[in-house]
Design a protein. Structure first.
Length: 335
């Protein structure tokens, strides 16, 4: 009986050892993204139309990120309300790692103040920052008919003819509107806003002399600038940009601290596990800083950046303060 008891205990100890060893081996072998079993794709929601700038940049990242995570990634365009609809969708989605957001700064920074009643999400509490992806300045362009070759000359002409110059925007609350309103205050000039459906219409109006100026995205403005059909006087980044040589920042032309950049970022629902956020940030950081991505982004006048989640959150907070001041001064609401 004693021998049988000893044998039984030995067998029990062996089983325990095997189970512990197997558990340790499996835990060691599990990849960092084990929360994403490869049974369904990750959806990268872009709240803007296919072919738009954020859509093109997002799709540039999909293939390398898919390979890095060994996961299928599908770009899903959920458009409407200036990007707010798609952003709200992600903010309310399950934080299981299968839904991510690729968006611009508007839905994250200016939308909460412009749509206080109807937005339906708070970017700082309902979304988890993953990484800043890229930044781009806007370009201040003027009609050739203005006869101004420098920013100082344009301001002088505008001051000498108050209320006679018009500027184009793509609507109230847009970056093209808020940037010009911030510049008007700094420069002490009076320009009247003329809203247009999009930048192509603004381009036509500037070339025809119907309006005198606009802050525009470089991808649309620069071909006409190079053709001599309009003039670029300044960019809105704090520093010069390699893809826009010879165009000095507004801040370097007498308006220190002026900045009005466009930026793209990736976020997830706030309940997404920290391990998933960390893996995404690590893999995206490597991809974004690669030479291939830098070249592709530069072709769209964007600088590849990358950041930690904390740095992106800080940027969101700083930008919110900057643009809230402008929106509040204008008493602007889009609800």
């Amino acid at each position: 009986m004693k021998s049988l008891h000893t044998t039984t205990r030995i067998v029990w100890l062996l089983k325990r050892y095997v189970l512990q060893t197997l558990s340790a081996t499996l835990a060691f072998a599990a990849p960092a993204w084990a929360d994403w079993p490869a049974d369904r794709p990750i959806h990268l929601v872009v709240p803007f139309p296919a072919g738009s700038s954020p859509d093109l940049l997002a799709r540039t990242l999909v293939d390398p990120l898919s390979k890095a995570l060994s996961q299928t990634i599908v770009v899903e365009n959920r458009v409407g309300a200036g990007g707010n609809i798609g952003t709200r969708y992600v903010a309310n989605a399950a934080g299981d790692g299968y839904t991510l957001l690729y968006t611009i700064n508007g839905p994250l920074v200016t939308a909460p103040t412009l749509y206080k009643k109807s937005l339906g999400y708070d970017p700082l509490t309902d979304l988890a920052p993953v990484t800043l992806v890229a930044t781009s300045p806007n370009v201040l362009v003027v009609s050739n008919a203005v006869g101004a070759d420098t920013l100082a000359a344009f301001v002088d002409k505008a001051r000498s003819q108050p209320g006679k110059f018009n500027y184009g925007s793509v609507g109230a609350g847009s970056a093209s509107h808020l940037a010009m309103e911030m510049f008007k205050e700094r420069a002490g000039i009076n320009l009247m806003q003329v809203p247009y459906p999009g930048f192509p219409q603004i381009t036509t109006a500037i070339m025809a002399g119907d309006i005198q100026a606009a802050f525009m995205v470089p991808a649309i403005a620069m071909p006409q600038v190079r053709n001599g059909k309009m003039r670029a006087l300044a960019i809105t980044s704090a520093q010069p940009v390699a893809s826009l040589p010879g165009i000095d920042p507004v801040s370097a032309q007498g308006y220190p601290g002026f900045e009005a950049i466009s930026w793209n970022a990736i976020l997830a629902p706030a309940s997404t596990p920290a391990s998933v956020i960390a893996t995404l940030q690590q893999q995206l950081g490597t991809i974004i800083r690669s030479d291939d991505i830098a070249k592709k982004f530069a072709a769209q006048y964007f600088s590849a950046v990358g950041s930690t989640p904390a740095e992106l959150r800080s940027l969101m907070q700083q930008e919110r303060q900057r643009w809230d001041a402008v929106i509040d001064r204008l008493q602007l609401s889009l609800d």
